[in-house]
Design a protein around this ligand. Structure first.
Ligand SMILES: Cc1cc2nc3c(=O)[nH]c(=O)nc-3n(C[C@H](O)[C@H](O)[C@H](O)COP(=O)(O)OP(=O)(O)OC[C@H]3O[C@@H](n4cnc5c(N)ncnc54)[C@H](O)[C@@H]3O)c2cc1C
Length: 236
């Protein structure tokens, strides 16, 4: 993996995905490109005092001249306000690539179970694009993604299309407070995992809030999943 570099990036696009989530696109100014592995993040300097916030890269590593982020704007602290206040063309100081939450090079992980809540889906979008489109990975890949409301959902068309193009990819949104018509899983992502078959020879990758990670990490071993196959990235 590449060591982190001090970089300058320029905001070239910003689009709200819905009332809660915003997608950002940054291009590198210096250096001109920075290779990264799917699952890694960028650390942004968000104040003059040197405060930093981390944001997982949600774009494919195939594009090294820039990266996309997806940010939950509800915390509305230093990090969210900094990104929200950036105008197109403005530059930011970042350290990238950071982190080790990447798909293990482990043939005993015969399937991949990606489990996210809320903005925790960001590294998984990068991983899924990389595994399917670039690496042509033939393993069964499951994405379980928990959100509170139906209107919080985004990227569902993209994930749906990917699952049609690559039949080994399975997209599974879980809504905790759905409308009565919601046809798929309802409840927390943990409730959903409890009623689905969990493959024993798989890598389990968890990303999102602390409560979900703690719960799923306690639950998986009760289903015979060995701790070395449970990987996680805690956002908060
Ligand atoms: C490795 C890593 C990768 C991350 N990647 C992303 C990402 O891709 N997208 C993203 O939106 N955030 C991500 N985060 C969280 C991000 O770094 C900030 O913590 C978040 O944006 C809040 O920062 P803030 O300064 O606005 O609020 P703060 O003042 O720092 O936090 C305010 C409150 O919001 C809560 N909070 C923090 N993050 C979230 C969140 N994502 N959703 C809901 N509540 C939260 C905290 O518990 C805190 O109580 C990541 C964190 C880590 C450690």
């Amino acid at each position: 993996m590449q060591p982190p570099q001090v970089c300058k990036v320029q905001l070239v696009d910003k689009k709200p995905l819905n009332a809660k989530f915003v997608q950002y696109y940054f291009e590198y100014v210096s250096p001109a490109s920075v290779p990264f592995a799917a699952g890694q993040y960028a650390s942004f300097k968000v104040s003059e005092h040197g405060d930093r916030r981390s944001y997982s890269i949600c774009s494919s590593p195939e594009k090294a001249h820039g990266f996309e982020l997806m940010v939950d704007n509800t915390p509305n602290g230093l990090g969210v306000k900094y990104l929200d206040g950036m105008q197109l063309g403005e530059t930011a100081d970042v350290l990238a690539p950071m982190g080790v939450f990447t798909i293990a090079d482990d043939p005993s992980e015969e399937q991949l179970m990606l489990i996210a809540t809320g903005s925790g889906v960001t590294p998984f979008r990068s991983m899924v694009l990389d595994l399917l489109q670039e690496k042509k990975d033939q393993r069964e890949i499951w994405l379980y993604w928990g959100l509170r409301h139906l209107e919080d959902l985004f990227w569902q068309d993209e994930f749906q299309e990917l699952s049609e193009t690559f039949p080994n990819f399975h997209f599974h949104p879980v809504i905790s407070q759905p409308t009565p018509e919601w046809p798929l899983c309802r409840g927390r992502v943990t409730d959903c995992l409890a009623v689905h078959a969990l493959p024993p020879k798989a890598g389990y990758y968890l990303c999102g809030n602390q409560a979900m990670i703690k719960e799923v990490m306690a639950f998986l071993p009760t289903k015979g999943i060995e701790p070395q196959h449970i990987h996680h990235e805690k956002f908060y």
